[in-house]
Design a protein around this ligand. Structure first.
Ligand SMILES: NC(=O)c1ccc[n+]([C@@H]2O[C@H](COP(=O)([O-])OP(=O)(O)OC[C@H]3O[C@@H](n4cnc5c(N)ncnc54)[C@H](OP(=O)(O)O)[C@@H]3O)[C@@H](O)[C@H]2O)c1
Length: 349
């Protein structure tokens, strides 16, 4: 396999640093350029990345000089792919600029996710939505293109919902307990979150209620027809460093036993076999007090989700369970890397 040079937009942030960490030693991708704000441009990456464990900073990135995004499309470089971890406010313009300049963009950012010709991907679920790439290129006249991965809490929930679709999902209710790393490095003052729960995360509930319907929808011609069930989300920030935990209540069209649900989770497999694809996307935890972020977030190198506490509810054909996943790996940088790997494997890059 040829080596592919990649750029990282927002390389010094919470997700950007996770990209750098996860890409170290990747068998297909190598660091081509690291981009960040004017604060960091011209400095060595080791000086501006607020690395939590400096000894773990990949040497090959540490001495790279952070570049300005103004250089994108103007200089000749041999990058083929851009990973984006930019704040939403600037991501829209920058990602479009990259796609126009001919790069494939694998984005974590929300801005383009719900646009009709932009794939919103979880490779274990909807690689058929790659069909939107040609639609996007033709609509916009770009040589490159943008693909996106969902919001961090959405990925964790939606992976767990996929195998349950066979029972006829009618409604899904979810209450999240989300880690502080999801708010970004400068996101939350420690005085606000320590010893506390914050029952509001801006625009999170809307994302959780809309993104899964696109991901679980079917590509019909040049458009995705959304899945037809309703989702009601309540999102909360808790003093956990990494790993989102979600309590989920689903209502099925038919009566389903706990054993059937457990078996369905256990049997869930996919044909995605690229380096970042977890051997088991869903791991069932049988212990009554699992999953927990501290014990389970690193399962499958952070790319597997864990489910547990599967039990019947009281309302109609209701089932309750807990799902847990690593928000900056499975829910962010790792998700984009997996998308990019599948793009390479299928010849889009
Ligand atoms: N954290 C998560 O779990 C998570 C999960 C899924 C999706 N996301 C999304 O991923 C994106 C990044 O989130 P984050 O948590 O990593 O944010 P963050 O920690 O605040 O990092 C932001 C990054 O963007 C750069 N940046 C800021 N303003 C810029 C500008 N004007 N021009 C160029 N670069 C600029 C920063 O560079 P400097 O260091 O130089 O300022 C930094 O590298 C967001 O859109 C977020 O919604 C985050």
């Amino acid at each position: 396999m040829r080596r592919i040079k990649v750029g990282i937009l927002g390389a010094t942030g919470s997700v950007g640093q996770r990209f750098v960490q996860l890409l170290e030693g990747h068998p297909w991708f190598e660091f081509g350029a690291l981009f960040a704000s004017e604060r960091s441009v011209g400095k060595k990456y080791r000086e501006v990345a607020k690395w939590s464990l400096p000894s773990e900073m990949p040497e090959e990135a540490a001495d790279m000089v952070v570049k300005s995004m103004d250089t994108i499309g103007t200089s000749t470089d041999d990058l083929a792919l851009m990973f984006s971890a930019l704040p939403g406010t600037i991501a829209s313009e920058m990602e479009k600029k990259c796609a126009q300049a001919g790069y494939a963009v694998a984005s974590n950012v929300a801005v383009h996710r719900m646009e009709k010709d932009v794939p919103l991907l979880i490779p274990e679920i909807n690689t058929d939505h790659f069909g939107l790439i040609d639609v996007q290129k033709s609509n916009r006249g770009w040589d490159g293109f943008i693909v996106t991965n969902p919001n961090c809490s959405t990925i964790v929930m939606t992976l767990s919902l996929k195998p349950l679709m066979r029972f006829g999902l009618e409604t899904v209710r979810v209450a999240t307990m989300q880690a502080v790393s999801g708010a970004g490095y400068a996101g939350l003052p420690s005085m606000a979150i320590l010893d506390n729960v914050i029952p509001y995360i801006g625009s999170e509930e809307g994302k959780m209620e809309s993104e899964p319907l696109k991901i679980l929808g079917t590509l019909e011609g040049s458009e995705v027809k959304n899945a037809e069930f309703t989702i009601c989300a309540s999102c909360h920030r808790v003093p956990v460093m990494d790993g989102h935990t979600e309590a989920i209540w689903v209502n099925f069209a038919e009566n389903v036993s706990e054993e059937e649900v457990k078996k369905t989770f256990k049997n869930f497999t996919t044909d995605i076999k690229t380096p970042f694809a977890p051997e088991k996307p869903i791991i069932v935890r049988d212990e009554p007090d699992r999953p927990q972020p501290k014990l389970d977030r690193d399962a499958g190198h952070g790319m597997s989700i864990s489910v547990g506490r599967i039990r019947k509810g009281q309302l109609g054909h209701e089932m309750k369970y807990i799902v847990q996943g690593h928000n900056t790996v499975r829910g962010a940088a790792g998700a984009s890397i997996l998308n990019a790997e599948v793009l390479v494997e299928r010849g889009f890059i």
